[in-house]
Design a protein around this ligand. Structure first.
Ligand code: PGA
Length: 248
């Protein structure tokens, strides 16, 4: 695992987009894992710019989003499907038949998790998983716990996560209690993982994930075991890394 530190969240986005661009030019049929949230917004904006300015070609790319709330239709502005449409898919020439998210409205979310996992497997897993990190160290909705699920599953959101996401719903109680998320195996078996973090709220989780114990109580710490994982941080998110953590 290596860490790369950039000045701010914008620069994190630009760096991430440049890395995706390089991988895409090597392999136009890239299978990407995609995150939502505040952190990746500059990355999506930079990718859209690269399509416009440098002809970056998404036509053969396949994308799998990491997660979706159970019970929210894609038309709901708080759903991740809506977020992706608004911030990325509406602006790039990426055929919708190659875009996948868990269906938050599925009649049976457990069946849907199984279907999503099979779909992911049938594409050979992820080439490049772009992920965020929660303040509690979660990845996707793999929340800190005694045990973690390897495969796509229905996850119960932690108190911290419902509080962190309350800004979109009015109150923590209004945040959906469950979500469908890929499991840690989707990330762990990706050929490459790029974790994005910006802002001081992530500093403690980032430091613990980079150099603390590997533990299910901090799912991002499992990336220490990955042969090709990069923590891409802004200065604030990197503030609690120690000098001997060997970052660039
Ligand atoms: P954020 O979410 O980018 O909005 O902080 C990241 C996460 O919780 O995984």
């Amino acid at each position: 695992m290596r860490a790369v530190v950039q000045p701010d969240g914008e620069a994190v986005g630009t760096y991430a987009a440049e890395l995706i661009e390089r991988r895409l030019r090597e392999n136009p049929r890239l299978v990407l894992g995609l995150p939502t949230g505040q952190t990746p917004l500059p990355m999506y904006a930079a990718l859209i710019r690269r399509q416009r300015e440098a002809g970056l070609d998404f036509s053969q790319v396949t994308t799998f989003n990491l997660d979706e709330y159970v019970g929210l239709p894609a038309q709901d502005p708080r759903s991740y499907a809506f977020y992706m449409e608004k911030h990325f898919f509406a602006h790039v020439a990426l055929p919708r038949s190659q875009v996948f998210l868990p269906n938050g409205e599925a009649a049976d979310p457990y069946e849907e998790a199984l279907r999503y996992e099979q779909l992911l497997q049938s594409h050979g897993g992820l080439d490049l998983a772009i992920v965020g990190i929660g303040r509690n160290g979660h990845i996707g909705f793999n929340e800190p716990a005694e045990r973690l699920m390897a495969r796509t599953h229905v996850a119960v959101l932690s108190e911290e996560t419902r509080t962190a996401n309350a800004r979109f719903f009015g109150s923590p109680e209004a945040v959906p209690p469950t979500a469908i998320t890929v499991g840690m195996a989707a990330v762990g078996q990706a050929k490459e993982v790029l974790l994005l973090a910006s802002g001081s709220a992530k500093a403690a989780a980032v430091a613990a994930a980079c150099s603390g114990e590997v533990t299910t109580h901090l799912p991002a710490s499992l990336l220490q075991l990955h042969p090709n994982a990069t923590f891409l941080l802004d200065r604030q998110a990197a503030a609690q890394l120690r000098d001997n953590d060997g970052y660039e």
